[in-house]
Ligand binder design. Structure first.
Ligand SMILES: Cc1cc2nc3c(=O)[nH]c(=O)nc-3n(C[C@H](O)[C@H](O)[C@H](O)COP(=O)(O)OP(=O)(O)OC[C@H]3O[C@@H](n4cnc5c(N)ncnc54)[C@H](O)[C@@H]3O)c2cc1C
Length: 371
């Protein structure tokens, strides 16, 4: 069997679904190919925090990308609700980054002016001020950096809304089978093979998260993305104990609507293993209890793990592959793929439809891995 489309998107995580949604909005014919089910990998495992941060030792262009994405969320949330009826639960809770000891406090005080300088709403809080906001926190907390504009979303719902939106606007999804080969004619990729089916397209988008290196191998172009496992646990606390996201260098706690409290996350380089381990769960729970001792009697309601797409230079990989201009990569979003979903969808749509983007993709280009 053979099918022809404008754009083939490989991978239906948040990234692939958002690109499909944006393209379908522009009336581009899209086929999304997903080896399992939309959103059932990293994109549903995530905690959904939308927390742009400026790293003085990192890339300013990465910060600009994060802020641009953050700013798209309100409109996207409204748009998806109107179109699909799915509420992605965009909540403006703010984040308290806690100082557990003197070193944390020093680091927080050092980072504070940098965050303010780039326009993030950041306040240094004393221990008393933190406890006023969150009385359930341990009295040993030494203070916090408060990011009052941070938000979070219900990420499984985000993927559901994007996939439904794309479908409603005419995108087609092929689920349950992986792309196993690419079709080449001279230096051009003309389509992909999904077992016995051939799908031909003018443009191919690779949005395969931590499996992107496998598609890179099919193309013989290096896409050095590795899986970075994150384990999570959840409890239910009703009425809620916490009214902000609280985090420390050891763990973060994310209160969801309805009383779920997510506790995450480990970062482990153990290949494609997604097992939840006793050690992982123990580490998360111990760190959570250190921050909020009264959680001790609450039920453990769920545990899970997901694989983040990690790239060694900590930047996403976005843009056309050199020498294969009709193949576009959108991967490597590591710990901030949910935050970066709206801007990735927008920029890849602009690249395909207009041939240029409103923010430069240069710093994120796959060119940096050319041999
Ligand atoms: C525990 C945890 C907590 C996180 N918390 C946050 C957070 O709070 N905030 C934030 O911004 N980010 C967070 N992240 C990161 C975020 O989840 C990821 O960066 C993001 O989901 C990556 O999206 P993706 O679509 O690229 O990848 P994925 O969601 O993994 O999607 C890739 C898809 O490609 C499919 N695929 C792979 N190979 C093939 C093939 N050959 N053929 C067809 N389909 C294929 C896969 O089945 C998968 O569905 C977290 C991640 C984890 C694991």
């Amino acid at each position: 069997m053979s099918k022809i489309t404008d754009v083939i998107i490989i991978g239906a995580g948040a990234i692939g679904c958002c690109i499909a949604y944006q393209l379908a909005k522009s009336k581009v014919k899209v086929v999304v190919i997903e080896k399992t089910q939309p959103g059932c990998e990293a994109s549903s495992a995530a905690a959904g925090m939308l927390s742009p941060r400026y790293d003085p030792a990192g890339h300013k262009s990465y910060f600009d990308l994060s802020i641009a994405s953050y700013q798209l969320y309100s409109t996207l949330s409204e748009e998806l609700k109107d179109l699909t009826g799915v509420d992605i639960e965009l909540l403006h809770y703010g984040t308290l980054e806690l100082f557990l000891d003197e070193d944390d406090e020093k680091e927080g005080r050092y980072l504070h002016p940098f965050q303010k300088e780039v326009g993030l709403a950041t306040e240094l809080l004393t221990s008393e001020e933190v406890l006023e906001r969150e009385p359930a926190l341990s009295k040993t907390i030494r203070g916090a950096l408060f990011f009052s504009k941070d938000c979070h979303v219900n990420n499984p719902r985000l993927v559901e809304a994007l996939a439904r939106g794309a479908l409603q606007l005419g995108a087609e999804f092929m689920v349950g089978k992986p792309v196993t080969a690419v079709l080449k004619e001279n230096s051009r990729i003309t389509g992909v093979q999904v077992y016995d089916e051939t799908i031909r397209g003018n443009t191919i988008v690779i949005a395969t998260g931590c499996w992107s290196n496998q598609i890179g191998s099919l193309l013989t172009y290096p896409l050095p993305v590795e899986p970075a496992k994150g384990q999570m646990v959840a409890t239910t606390v009703f009425p809620p104990l916490l009214h902000h996201v609280v985090s420390s260098r050891k763990v973060y706690l994310v209160p969801r609507l309805g009383g779920d409290l997510l506790i995450g996350a480990t970062v482990e380089f153990v290949g494609y293993d997604k097992q939840v381990t006793l050690e992982g769960v123990e580490t998360l729970i111990r760190a959570a209890l250190e921050m909020v001792p009264s959680l001790a009697g609450k039920p453990l309601t769920r545990t899970w793990a997901g694989l983040r797409p990690y790239c060694r230079d900590l930047l996403p990989i976005l843009g056309p592959i050199p020498g294969m201009e009709n193949v576009i990569v959108a991967t490597g979003h590591f710990r901030q793929g949910i935050l970066l979903t709206p801007i990735t969808g927008k920029l890849i749509q602009e690249l395909i439809v207009d041939g240029k983007t409103s923010l430069s993709l240069e710093p994120f280009s796959p060119k940096r891995f050319a041999i």
